[in-house]
Design a protein around this ligand. Sequence first.
Ligand code: KMH
Ligand code: ZN
Length: 284
Amino acid sequence: MGPKVVVAAAVVGAEVTRAQSPYVPYTPEEIARAAVDAWRAGAAVVHLHARWPDGRPSQDPRHFREIVDRIRAAGSDVVLQCSTGGAIGMSLEERLGSLVDGAEMGTLNLGTMNFGDGVFLNPRPDVVAVAARLRARALVPECEVYDAGMLDTLRWLLERGHLAPPYHVQLVLGVPGGMGATRRNLEFLVGGLPEGVHWSVAGVGRAQLPMAEAALALGGHVRVGLEDNLYAAKGVLARGSDELVRLAVNLAAAAGREPATPAEARALLGIAAGNALVSSISTA
Ligand code: KMH
Ligand code: ZN
């Protein structure tokens, strides 16, 4: 058996809509249920966004608190990672609203880029500010890397002391405006990572499962879920992120890798157990 694989589920992003798939969760209750289903299917980490009931993206702390509380109330010990990326056009302070008590990780987006037809703004001072907020809240950063130059920003953050281990790297490949989801790009990025860092791949659209397969072969971790991909197979909508997690777990088995439990993922990613299982209600 190879090293354990941390399977992360991104159960809803800021962009996908119910017009595209009826399985996209919107309300905190739906998002929490999707997260718990993904955990039951083998995900050790859930990457969380929130929505208003009409589907607009939300970074409102009340939504994140309800999601966190509902996941814990369902008895799940899944690692909770909150998005600070939010949606294009949100202010930095709005984006940081997601970092509620009970969160264990937060994303750190490493640069500005075209994101579809919009621009995802992450000027370097904002990246430093998000890193500082994550550190102040004792959250483990997940560095979102969409393009090769962002690895240079990662090194700059480390050299200047804005970022220090433990942190995790997510290579998000296939965003229109970022690096394409190809094996060659993946191998190039992995070759440029700091020594010993844990990394994962999130392939966008139809590249999701092929990128997961490539990451498994290269010793990385994987992210799947409806945020990045709505389909289980060509023309067949996934009925939820849990279905995509099961497909990833099957790929892992074929690659001789077993999914890590949330406790094992915490140990691998350097997440203090003390941060886990603290609900926002119990600390309010
Ligand atoms: N919605 C994207 C613009 C993150 O979660 O940190 C940014 C995003 C990244 O989803
Ligand atoms: Zn996200």
